[in-house]
Design a protein around this ligand. Sequence first.
Ligand SMILES: Cc1cc2nc3c(=O)[nH]c(=O)nc-3n(C[C@H](O)[C@H](O)[C@H](O)COP(=O)(O)OP(=O)(O)OC[C@H]3O[C@@H](n4cnc5c(N)ncnc54)[C@H](O)[C@@H]3O)c2cc1C
Length: 449
Amino acid sequence: MVPTPDVIVVGGGLAGLVAARHLGGGGVDATLYERRETVGGRVQTRERDGYRFDRGFQVLFTAYPAVQRELDLEALSLRRFDPGATLAGPNGRTTLADPLREPETIPATLSNPFVSIGDAFRVARLWWDLRRTEPDAILDGASETTIGTYLRERGFSDRFIEGFIAPFYGGITLDRSLSTSSRVFEYTFRALATGDITVPAGGMGAIPAQLADRVRELGGTIETDVTVESVSAAVDDSNGVDTRESAGTVTVDIGDRTAEADAVVVATDPPTARELTAVSSVPTDARACVTQYYALPADTDLATSRRLLLNATEAGPNHVVPHSAIAPEYAPDDESLISATYLGEQRGISTTTKHNGVQTDASLAERTRSTLESWYPDRRFDGLEPLHTERIPFAQFAQPPGFRDRLPDVREPAGPVYLAGDYTRWSSIQGAMESGRRAAKSVIDDLSR
Ligand SMILES: Cc1cc2nc3c(=O)[nH]c(=O)nc-3n(C[C@H](O)[C@H](O)[C@H](O)COP(=O)(O)OP(=O)(O)OC[C@H]3O[C@@H](n4cnc5c(N)ncnc54)[C@H](O)[C@@H]3O)c2cc1C
């Protein structure tokens, strides 16, 4: 009888969980080691006093192909954002709806100061073109530039680009300068045109929790609080050919013990993946952000329905999210929960800065309070109570034009060592899950040769 192959997965983010699940489905004994107490990696939810705090504001796009393939969306009880956004600045607030989904908002859209009639037609044209393009064809498309240049070449006005696209895509790519690849713009724009922006009622952490259940159902093992310190492939190249068929076993070092397997999938964050595998093409140029959560009295109405509030100027947070208006499960009944996300690490820029140049939680809360008071000049936000701050130095990796040509393949390391992680495709839930599936398929194909 042929023994069942053993495969170790290092890292329990979305990529590692999806890899382990497909390995289990392919008849492999998968053991996943995760360094933290819980799986999820960059997608986590912390629960405290009836609040749910995601690890930074992030959302699930239902149109992503891997999301549809890997998740039971029904079981996640998704809560949907209203399409569009409220644009806010010292001159007031204005709602930008999605007239393609809500035709009754066409007159309001056409009178919005940030959108010219030409911009509205160009959005409709883009929507039409991208809806008909296959997602993978977008990622592998022929032409590529920055998001800013892409939109200017299509004739969009500066007011639309700077007032709406910069904060909206600043939120998606954590890069308000719009220097990210236009392929990321096209891919996400297509997802926005064809699906919903959502969060699970139980918080974003419900996504990895569901994937972990699938891993276990398929016979896989998940060990948390286990840090893999090194990965060594015993490559048998006695015949002078270093092929995966001739490759031997892999040993991982877990502090006081070692574990052996027929293959290892390294599914850690990019900097750790580079350390463990020495693959120098793993990207390590980070996009950082800080999300701070606040309680407000339950009857506070930010007059934005279930839409994001985007900062039309560069001062203050990039976006503010009315979490409990979108998902009431995110706060106790008698409170509402909002968050403000600042792009970058918030390193020293003013006298309110302390602790090695990082803005304190209190100074960030004060900035949020004064920003909200400038957006709502007839209100005071003295009751804004900071509850929790998430500082995320490595939220995504930088994705300038051409970035995909430089990313490593899942088979890049020597021997039976594979890579899985957003950094093999693009920095997103879609990229991470798709990478996990591809890594598992490569392992299974190679082991069955
Ligand atoms: C604030 C923020 C906002 C975002 N917004 C969105 C969004 O709205 N939509 C979207 O699609 N994407 C978004 N993303 C990106 C998306 O979350 C990531 O691309 C994706 O989760 C990456 O998953 P991963 O499995 O590749 O890596 P990770 O989530 O980084 O997982 C790696 C795992 O490996 C573990 N690990 C590391 N080293 C070791 C070791 N030595 N031994 C054992 N385990 C180890 C880590 O603890 C971690 O659990 C956002 C990310 C952040 C942080």
